[in-house]
Write a protein that binds this ligand. Structure first.
Ligand SMILES: [Zn+2]
Length: 468
């Protein structure tokens, strides 16, 4: 059951006009980012535009949905089993959410899948993958381990697995598993807003203006106070602007040929478009959403989801992660602020308000996620779909990641190649980490995968060059 923070401040009811803030963006803070997000001209059909192309792009107030699309969203099917099994849900599972208490090793946990012909396959080891966590795990229950296991036995979009069996290390107790199918359930036809990646990220970048608006004119409501003021109209490479930030390595001067990814060809899926079942994040006792907290953005953390590579149904995978985090982990919502699939499609993650700007309240403060336990307040989580231990992000995913990081570091005045002395504004927990960090910079974990982590150094440089 979700146990979100009930003592959190309620989002303000009077807020700065998002469209108003965006209209000044083109000539003020964040205009550089808007330039990068303008669709490339035909001469750059490969999706790469030179840095510094004309800022005079489309109306940045175009955050208003450009159109509506009708999509069919399959309802997520679930079947919960207690114990090790074998389990035979009435539908073919594509994922299995597993929870247990006690030891996590050695040698376990493992799963074996029942193939379409009825025979079991080999036992396969399971790993926790990205050990995302909220800031306030319960201290009244034993340590609970949880993971989302892939249950596909074929390469097609429709799952064909007939069942599964689990194996746990000796001493494991309280084993509960939930089979998930996010592809084959009855569909609900819904109208969803069409918002381009450029519009969504320009809106995020435009928050730089809202964040720099003096208190009383641009912000209102009982949101948490800032830890320190920020200076307007500075380059995002001015490390001194960020509380606790230190200068990073020298960034090479940009050249005319420095490529900057464009949003051309990239899709953006707000929550409705990927099929977030908003009823899952309601408090069953009241029927109302759990309260959320918002804090100034201080840092961005990159993850991988350890879900299948060459994923035939990434939106279905996002729905599975949403169910796992929201229901099976009890976090009231998905833990990440953004997700990116191998095609570069950008998914809106954690719900941040009734407006269409992802991850933020209109005053620029960041909704608290659940992706780095103990260090979530003001920490933006971006998850790359797939297992990025053996392979780096695809070119399209990397392009989206750079654009997201460009928008976020611009909005929050972060030095893309610097470090930050992060302070959890709620708990006081501190950590010095790169401003664009990997999950493993915070704790002992493989996340975001060895290959992706190795790629982060060049990605930071690309973001820094693009922001000049
Ligand atoms: Zn992670």
């Amino acid at each position: 059951m979700p146990t979100a923070d009930r003592s959190a401040p309620v989002p303000p009811t009077t807020m700065i006009s998002r469209r108003g803030a965006l209209r000044v963006l083109g000539v003020g803070a964040g205009g550089w980012t808007a330039a990068m997000l303008v669709a490339a001209p035909p001469a750059h059909a490969g999706g790469i535009v030179p840095a510094g192309v004309a800022v005079d792009g489309p109306d940045l107030g175009a955050l208003v949905p450009e159109a509506e699309t009708v999509v069919d969203i399959p309802r997520t099917l679930t079947a919960t089993s207690v114990g090790l099994g074998p389990a035979s849900p009435v539908f073919p599972p594509s994922f299995v959410a597993v929870r247990w208490c006690g030891p996590a090793g050695p040698g376990g946990p493992r799963i074996r899948l029942r193939r379409p012909d009825g025979a079991f396959g080999a036992w396969c080891p399971l790993s926790v993958g990205c050990p995302a966590e909220r800031d306030d795990p319960s201290t009244t229950v034993p340590p609970v381990h949880a993971l989302l296991a892939t249950a596909r036995t074929g390469s097609g979009r429709t799952p064909t697995t007939r069942g599964y069996e689990l194996w746990m290390p000796p001493g494991a107790t309280g084993v509960v598993s939930t089979a998930l199918n996010t592809t084959s359930g009855p569909c609900q036809r819904v109208r969803v807003p069409t918002v381009s990646v450029r519009a969504a990220l320009s809106a995020v970048a435009g928050l730089a203006h809202a964040l720099e608006t003096p208190a009383g004119t641009g912000r209102s409501g009982p949101g948490p106070a800032r830890t320190a003021p920020r200076t307007a109209q500075r380059s995002p490479l001015s490390a001194g602007d960020v509380p606790g930030a230190t200068a990073g390595p020298l960034v090479p001067a940009p050249t005319a040929a420095a490529p900057t990814p464009s949003a051309l060809g990239l899709r953006y899926l707000p929550r409705a478009a990927w099929g977030a079942d908003e009823s899952l994040r309601l408090n069953p006792a009241t029927g109302q959403p759990w309260r959320t907290t918002y804090y100034p953005g201080q840092v961005v953390t990159v993850h991988h989801t350890v879900t299948p590579n060459d994923d035939p149904d990434p939106a279905g995978t996002v729905r599975a992660i949403y169910h796992f985090h929201t229901v099976d982990r009890g976090w009231a919502d998905i833990g990440y602020h953004f997700l990116i699939d191998e095609q570069g499609t950008l998914y809106e993650g954690r719900w941040s308000g009734s407006d269409t700007v992802p991850a933020h309240r209109p005053d620029g403060q960041v909704v608290t996620g659940a992706h780095v336990g103990g260090y979530n307040a003001g920490n933006l989580g971006v998850a790359l779909l797939g297992d990025l231990r053996p392979r780096p992000p695809s070119a399209a995913a990397r392009r989206s990641l750079v654009l997201v990081l460009l928008a976020l570091t611009g909005a929050h005045r972060l030095n893309p190649v610097g470090t930050v002395d992060y302070v959890n504004a709620a708990s006081g927990a501190r950590r010095r980490v790169p401003a664009i960090s990997g999950h493993r910079d915070w704790m002992a974990t493989e996340c975001p995968g060895g290959a992706a982590y190795s790629a982060l150094a060049r990605i930071r440089l690309d973001v820094a060059r693009a922001s000049l």
